[in-house]
Structures are given as C-alpha cells and as structure tokens.
Design a protein around this ligand. Sequence first.
Ligand SMILES: NC(=O)c1ccc[n+]([C@@H]2O[C@H](COP(=O)([O-])OP(=O)(O)OC[C@H]3O[C@@H](n4cnc5c(N)ncnc54)[C@H](OP(=O)(O)O)[C@@H]3O)[C@@H](O)[C@H]2O)c1
Length: 278
Amino acid sequence: MTDLPFGQLRQTMSLGVIGFGNIAEAIVTRLEKEDLIYPRDIITIETNKDRALHIKRKYGVTVLKDYASLCTRSSVILLSVKPQNIDEVLPLLKKHHTNQLILTVVTGVAIKKYERELGSNIRLIRIMPNTPALIGLGMSAYFASNKCTDKDKWLCHKIFTCVGNTLEIKNEALLDPITATSGSGPAYVYQFAQSLIDAAIKQGIKPAIAKTLILETLRGATEMMMQSKESIDVLTGRVATKGGTTEAGIKVLKKEGFYRAIDGCVKAATKRAKELSR
Ligand SMILES: NC(=O)c1ccc[n+]([C@@H]2O[C@H](COP(=O)([O-])OP(=O)(O)OC[C@H]3O[C@@H](n4cnc5c(N)ncnc54)[C@H](OP(=O)(O)O)[C@@H]3O)[C@@H](O)[C@H]2O)c1
C-alpha cells in the first residue's frame, strides 16, 4: 500500500489493546521504537496480573480494568486474546464500543461472528500474523470487513508493517490456508531445520557446528529466493548439477515423499483451521 494522505500515525491513533500477550507486545515494542505512538496513547485490558505489571513497567502503558474507559480512550482497538477467551470479551466490548476500528489477530473467529455479537456496522479487520513478528520479520495477511474505509486499511497496514511484511487479501476464506501456511509456517521451517541438523550430526558434524551451518544456509537460501529474479526451480538447478551430490539427495526427497508430505501437512492444517473457525 502506498502512503496515503492520512498524516502521522502518532497524531491519528490511540490504541486500546485487549489481551497484551506476545503479538501485542511485538506490535507495541515496534510502534514505540519507531516513534509511531506515544506510550500515553496506549491503554490496555490484560487480565493476567503478572503480565499487566510487566507491560506497565516496560512500556509505560496504562492498564485498565473496565471496558468503558478503554473504549472512551481508544480510536483503534486491538483484540489479541486467545480464541478461547473471545466469548468473554465480546459482550463487554459490545456494551461500550462506539464504532472504533477493531483490529483482531484472534485466530479462527470469522467476521460474521463479530458482526453477530457487536452489530453489522462494525469496522473490523482480521489479521493473521506469525511469530517472526516478535523480531520485526513477521508476515501478516489481513482481510477488512466491508464497512472499513481506506483510512482503516492504511492504519492496519502501518501498524503491521512495523512488525514485518503485510498484505491485504480480498477473500476472508483464504485466511484458513494462510493460517496453515504463513501462520503455522515458522514451525514447519523449524522442523525442517532440525531434521537437517540431526542428519548433519549423524554424518559426524558436531551439533553446534551443524546448527550454524544449517541456520546460515537457510538464511542465505531465503535471501537468494527473495533477491533473485529467477524461479526457485532455476535456483535449485544451479546447485543440483547432473550426477552431483545435490541431485543424489533430491532424488531421495522425491522417492521418500517429501513433497507429498508437505502438501499433506498444509491440507491437514487448513482443514483444522476450517474446523476451528466459527
Ligand atoms: N503467537 C502467534 O504466533 C500467533 C500467530 C497468529 C495469530 N495469533 C493469535 O493472536 C492471538 C494472541 O496470541 P498471543 O500469542 O499474543 O497470546 P498470549 O501471549 O496468550 O496473549 C493473550 C493475553 O491475553 C490475556 N487474557 C486472557 N483473557 C483475557 C481477557 N478476557 N481480557 C484481557 N486479557 C486476557 C492472557 O492472559 P492469560 O495468559 O492469563 O490467559 C494473555 O496474557 C491469539 O488469538 C492467537 O491465536 C498468534
């Protein structure tokens, strides 16, 4: 999204966070670091007492107990509780919400449920981030309800771009396969990395060295894929020369069903995302 003439985020937004866990902390850390919001413009309801104390001390945000104050003081509300806690939040929000923009990262809760609980006029954006957001390298996809304005989308884009890359999707149903790929994806990559490390160790490489070799290889290969204009298959071909070592390895990946396993993994995760969706 190109920059739109909506001014500075800092002058535009006061952020009310409901559930200040990992994802909310990642977002607030970056917003504050990049000077995009004043700590005094962040208020939160966080029911975990230890966590509430931690975020108050670390980020200088105001921790509130009641939804009336949170709603009065927020122009944008970020919902970031776990899915199992959403049913306790929505009735309270309904009482005090005055049509502020709602950004929700809560997995698997469809816009129609929010509309049912909060009213069909809400401006709400569903976002699926992933955990590399914690280090500013997240990938977030978002879908905006039909009442959202360009400014709402701009705000969402600005906020989530602080924690990585962001893109808008135009079909809410795609959030299920997105959950199954970029949402869950870091875990698949960790498992792939671990299996390469284990295999290297079996071939006699010391664990610490194996870990460095594999993680740097993953970093380099990812950068190559991002920077190169060539397709992933062409890049693969540049490593896997005919009759060489890489080709011998890739033959086994094919024979042992590596590609089928990845396809099955994404299918199963998408199916589960659909089952959990409400
Ligand atoms: N982490 C990820 O990779 C990721 C990726 C995509 C989407 N998401 C989604 O993002 C949401 C937040 O994830 P997270 O990892 O940041 O979760 P989290 O670390 O568990 O944070 C949620 C926080 O909300 C608190 N809380 C529970 N009930 C509350 C209530 N009624 N009002 C206010 N606060 C309440 C929790 O306290 P307690 O711990 O005491 O319950 C916890 O501190 C989830 O819905 C998750 O599915 C996460």
